[in-house]
Design a protein around this ligand. Structure first.
Ligand code: NFE
Ligand code: MG
Length: 523
């Protein structure tokens, strides 16, 4: 008889993910990932000045705000018909690069290590799911020291982004036509000092630590593959039209070494198992106009965000839609980018697994930091990074880029000078999506299937698979649903029809007043 395990919230990620897995004979045989909060940013944007989009969409998340800014201004540049100058392109790359370094260091040291290293029995590491850890006792001390060292370098990356960006999170400097800060030689010097320190840290800590972890836990080089379909929109333009990028655009099917082109029209978002209407929606265009559109399985250029009361849609289980490429699920993230961009294939056994995700993320951190050193040297002090442009009264456009966690797209429609449609498709929507119209599992759900689980009261193997994707449910869904005010930090699980509370498993980034965690218990 299968054992059903519910982890809610699954912590050490951003936002709130509920995970249900069924374990039979020691292996996961079914999985459901639920985003338990509604985002709604798309609807907040309707009727606003298009130039507000890069400021408002950044507030989707404090971890990857710069990527939202980048996606928004790429769409706005296209709508305005403007090409930004080299200083603007480089400043946009440098601030987004700094944000990526911060995010990747955070993910490996502060969100991932506690799954593999027995951390000290004190806050912030306790309570924890202490089981099946191969790094314990004296051996763990060096890892704890690196965890603390990494905090310093995260802070450096964060401060570095603010030198050009003005502030972090949510820099106000990204605008259509470029970047509002004119770089000074003092700023370039300060940015460079942080960057050199970070390159040293990545070379002497992060890369060796990621490699050591994969050698201590080699079984995770063959756990958590999933579909093996990888998608990258690419980012970090190397020329001003953006025809060449540091991280390439492309996709890979089932781990193939052949990289295929990305056709944006092939992207749709399915809502069959999501709490959105798949019937018809009425979309107001302005004071006296509206359009009527089908709510289900649309390209984001025609997409709508039409939430329904969860009670009215019993087959649905998530506030995430299910983005698909030609109706097929794809994984987004550093592993996808390294596969599509190339050098990763020469660097490690190019597998798709829990450890491959960590290795790819570490390798990408070095690649981006080194490229940032080159770009910094190309920046022209005292030269403006802004090209005047004006927003047209009507346009459709999209901006594709990469957030730390993977492919990010913003789709924009302007009518009568105002935003009449805005759709955001985040990497975590790709990765943590629920089942689609064809019943296909989302990539994280699929990666969990066949994961061995030794002790269902402490399913740490499940955490390791989910964490390898570095999910951010804040990006995927955002606005809270008023709930019963409960907080659940234990793992309720079900054994032979009897509910047992396993011991709790660590702290979350931000505690929330609670959604109805116990709603789906069945006995
Ligand atoms: Ni909130 Fe985000 C990234 C975006 S994840 S972190 O990276 O977009 O879906
Ligand atoms: Mg401990």
């Amino acid at each position: 008889m299968p054992i059903k395990i519910q982890i809610d919230p699954l912590s050490r990620l951003e936002g709130h993910l509920r995970l249900e897995v069924q374990v039979e004979s020691g292996y996961v045989m079914d999985a459901r990932a639920s985003g338990t909060l509604f985002r709604g940013f798309e609807n907040i944007l309707i009727g606003r000045d298009p130039r507000d989009s890069q400021h408002i969409t950044q507030r989707i998340c404090g971890v990857c705000p710069v990527s939202h800014s980048m996606a928004a201004v790429i769409a706005l540049d296209a709508a305005c018909g403007v090409t930004v100058n080299d200083n603007a392109r480089i400043l946009r790359n440098l601030v987004m690069g700094a944000n990526l370094l911060d995010s990747h260091i955070l993910h490996f040291y502060h969100l991932t290590l506690p799954d593999f290293v027995d951390m000290p029995d004190m806050a912030p590491w306790d309570p924890t799911m202490d089981s099946l850890k191969k790094i314990t006792g004296a051996a763990s001390e060096v890892w704890v020291a690196h965890y603390l060292e990494a905090l310093k370098h995260r802070r450096q990356a964060h401060e570095m982004a603010a030198i050009f960006g003005g502030k972090l999170p949510h820099p106000p400097t990204y605008v259509p036509g470029g970047f509002t800060n004119t770089p000074t030689s003092d700023q370039i010097k300060r940015f460079g000092a942080y960057l050199n320190d970070l390159v040293t840290f990545i070379n002497s800590y992060y890369l060796p630590d990621a490699q050591a972890l994969s050698q201590i836990y080699p079984e995770y080089l063959s756990i958590g593959k999933g579909y093996g379909n990888l998608l990258s929109f690419g980012c970090f333009d190397l020329d001003s039209p953006g025809s060449s990028k540091l991280l390439a655009r492309g996709r890979v099917v089932n781990g193939s070494s052949t990289v295929q082109a990305v056709d944006v029209q092939a992207i749709t978002e399915h809502v069959n198992h999501s709490w959105y209407s798949n019937r018809t929606a009425v979309i107001p265009l302005d004071d006296d106009g509206f359009t009527v559109i089908s709510g289900g399985n649309l390209n984001p250029a025609r997409g709508v965000t039409d939430p329904v009361d969860p009670a009215t849609k019993p087959n649905a289980y998530s506030w995430l839609k299910a983005p698909r490429y030609a109706n097929v699920p794809y994984e987004a993230g550093p592993l996808a980018r390294m596969f599509v961009t190339g050098p990763y294939l020469d660097w490690q056994p190019a597998g798709i697994s829990v450890m491959d995700r960590h290795l790819a993320r570490a390798y990408e951190t070095l690649k981006v930091a080194q490229a940032m050193q080159t770009w910094l040297a190309q920046l022209q002090a005292g030269q403006k990074a802004y090209t005047p442009c004006s927003v047209p009264s009507s346009a459709t456009a999209f901006g594709l880029t990469e957030a730390p966690r993977g492919a990010l797209g913003h789709w924009l429609q302007i009518t009568n000078g105002k935003i009449s449609r805005y759709q955001v498709v985040t990497p975590t929507c790709w990765n943590a999506s629920p089942r689609d119209a064809g019943g296909l599992l989302g990539p994280i759900e699929k990666a969990l299937i066949d994961t061995p689980v030794q002790d269902p009261t402490r399913p740490i193997e499940v955490l390791r698979v989910v964490h390898s994707f570095d999910p951010c449910l804040a990006c995927a869904v955002h606005v809270m649903r008023p709930g019963a005010g409960k907080k659940v930090f234990a793992i309720p699980h079900f054994h032979g029809g009897e509910e047992v509370h396993a011991h709790s498993h660590g702290r979350d980034h931000c505690h929330h007043p609670g959604s109805d965690h116990h709603r789906d218990h069945d006995h």
